[in-house]
Design a protein around this ligand. Structure first.
Ligand SMILES: [Zn+2]
Length: 267
């Protein structure tokens, strides 16, 4: 349950090696501005943390493979933008929380995913669906570039954070809607408050009331956590207002308070 709490000697060695490589990489302030300047989430961070986001984003690009397929085109601006978005959730956790995946595959537009699964009677079902992103246990993370461009527009949607939240969830073996919690967190309280928020979202959806998060969250507990995570960073205010306890758990897990950033007195 404590995975990823302290970097090991190997992680420190890798960090040191990367420092040398990073010094060779020259990304100008103008290039960063072009890549992340219009992203409100990035703008909300104080300058010192923006520097850490940029540093972590380059480390991510050194460690992971970004692969464009199916006619997708990946230029430097897009690489930096995706990497910048990707590292925000682990800014206070450390990049080693992403150690279980190595490749980010980018499609041009939504992609069709074919899955087969076996039910409890041993019957294999074939399922074909159009998706904006996908994350597999120990496998690659897949994103649609079209959805990457729709991410970070202020409406709470961010496919990069969403899919990477799935990878955090899967660190403790299964996508069950709970990542490995830190030792100072209470798993029962997490479970109880997530369930209450889930029930509330279901009720609001039924009554056509305003929703603090997209109702896609009700697909299953894993989607619930992924949608909560993207909303937590992208549009924290309505989330904190609707479900303060859930907001508190996410603050404890990510070790960040996106809503408090805009007004530190409000913490
Ligand atoms: Zn998802």
């Amino acid at each position: 349950m404590t995975s990823g709490r302290r970097p090991s000697w190997w992680q420190r060695l890798r960090h040191w090696r990367e420092d040398r490589q990073l010094r060779q990489l020259k990304v100008s302030p103008g290039q960063w501005q072009e890549a992340l300047g219009d992203w409100a989430v990035y703008q909300r961070y104080p300058p010192a943390q923006q520097r850490r986001i940029r540093d972590l984003a380059l480390r991510l690009l050194l460690r992971k493979h970004l692969v464009a397929v199916n006619g997708a085109e990946l230029d430097d601006r897009l690489r930096l933008r995706i990497a910048g978005m990707a590292v925000v959730p682990v800014l206070e956790l450390g990049l080693h929380w992403y150690d279980r995946w190595q490749t980010l595959i980018l499609y041009d537009g939504p992609f069709v995913a074919e899955h087969s699964w076996e039910d409890e009677f041993g019957i294999v079902h074939q399922e074909v669906s159009e998706r904006s992103g996908e994350a597999w246990e120990r496998g690659p993370v897949v994103l649609s570039l079209e959805d990457v461009w729709h991410s970070g527009q202020g409406d709470g949607y961010n496919v990069v954070i969403h899919e990477l939240a799935h990878t955090l969830d899967m660190r403790d073996a299964s996508a069950n809607g709970a990542p490995p919690l830190h030792p100072d967190m209470d798993p029962q309280a997490w479970q109880r408050d997530m369930q209450a928020a889930w029930d509330d979202l279901a009720e609001r959806t039924e009554k056509s009331l305003p929703l603090p998060v997209d109702d896609y969250a009700l697909e299953d507990p894993a989607e619930f956590f992924a949608v909560l995570s993207e909303t937590f960073f992208e549009r924290p205010a309505p989330l904190r207002e609707a479900w303060p306890a859930v907001y508190g758990h996410l603050t404890a897990f990510y070790r960040q308070d996106p809503e408090g950033q805009s007004d530190p007195r409000d913490k």
